[in-house]
Design a protein around this ligand. Structure first.
Ligand SMILES: Nc1ncnc2c1ncn2[C@@H]1O[C@H](COP(=O)(O)OP(=O)(O)OP(=O)(O)O)[C@@H](O)[C@H]1O
Length: 257
């Protein structure tokens, strides 16, 4: 079966720093790859290079069978959507939630003008936000609600890949759980293909099908989740796992209990 995404030998340098060093990574359709690693290991750089926010110095990125060149088409940009740690990065504070969602829908011609209102309401329902939110502005919502709206915005354009870069790290623990549960629910309902970045192994355990580990710009380990947690291959992973006091208990769908 064709892969959703392939990263081939991708290298990124930032003035003297090798942030990514010949990264090879495959993402299968309808699966979530959890990317873990300590601060500065290159996780966000990898997310940004896949999303087309920065160009690789070397290597290739393929979406399906299509190579993504330095200058991407509007359609190619649409296909890979990103959710950031801080939802404000994707929510214009001067725009109502209706404007935020409908702009994305109209820009990418997802629905025509007559279908916009209905689609906006459906999107909010998906992320468990009341319809009345449409006439309100981002600052009127809590951090967790804003992240839900950012998720709705990212999903609005029907991307083939969703990249979530530490989407729960800035939230309170209880809110973190509910946002993570939302991701798991969306995964099941929409069969999402995701790259989910976190430095928190509990979060990675809750959401991933496969776990990839980065260290100093290199991908040092990639394995199915159960294998990764039961039998980590590298001494570095064993060290990361031993630093986790206790894994949170999970229910069968992968959400926290
Ligand atoms: N814009 C930049 N200019 C220069 N160096 C950068 C830039 N962005 C990142 N770096 C460097 O590249 C390396 C990888 O950083 P990156 O942010 O990708 O790591 P990370 O694993 O996402 O870290 P964190 O978990 O702290 O976000 C680090 O050494 C970082 O200092």
């Amino acid at each position: 079966m064709e892969l959703a995404l392939q990263v081939k030998n991708v290298t990124v340098h930032y003035s003297g720093v090798t942030a990514l060093d010949r990264i090879n990574l495959n993402l299968r359709h309808h699966t979530t790859l959890g990317l873990v690693g300590e601060s500065g290991s290159g996780k966000s750089t990898l997310a940004r290079v896949i999303a087309g926010l920065i160009a690789p110095d070397e290597g290739q990125i393929l979406l399906g069978s299509q190579e993504l060149k330095k200058k991407r088409s509007r359609e190619q940009h649409k296909m890979i959507q990103m959710i950031f740690q801080n939802p404000d990065a994707s929510l214009n504070p001067k725009h109502s939630i209706r404007q935020i969602l409908s702009e994305a829908l109209m820009f990418h011609k997802i629905v025509d003008r007559t279908g916009v209102e209905k689609r906006c309401k459906e999107l909010l329902a998906r992320v468990h936000i009341a319809e009345s939110a449409l006439d309100r502005f981002p600052h009127e919502f809590s951090g967790g609600q804003r992240q839900r709206i950012a998720i709705a915005r990212a999903l609005s354009v029907e991307p083939s890949i969703l990249i979530a870069d530490e989407p729960t790290s800035a939230l309170d623990v209880s809110v973190q759980r509910s946002v993570l549960e939302l991701f798991n629910m969306l995964k099941a309902e929409l069969h999402l293909t995701m790259l989910f970045i976190s430095h928190d192994l509990g979060v990675i355990h809750a959401i991933s099908d496969t776990v990839a580990v980065m260290r100093q710009g290199k991908l040092v380990e990639i394995n199915p989740k159960d294998q990764y947690f039961a039998h980590p291959e590298t001494a570095y992973s064993r060290e990361l796992l031993s630093a986790v006091p206790k894994m949170p208990k999970l229910n069968t769908s992968g959400g926290f209990l």
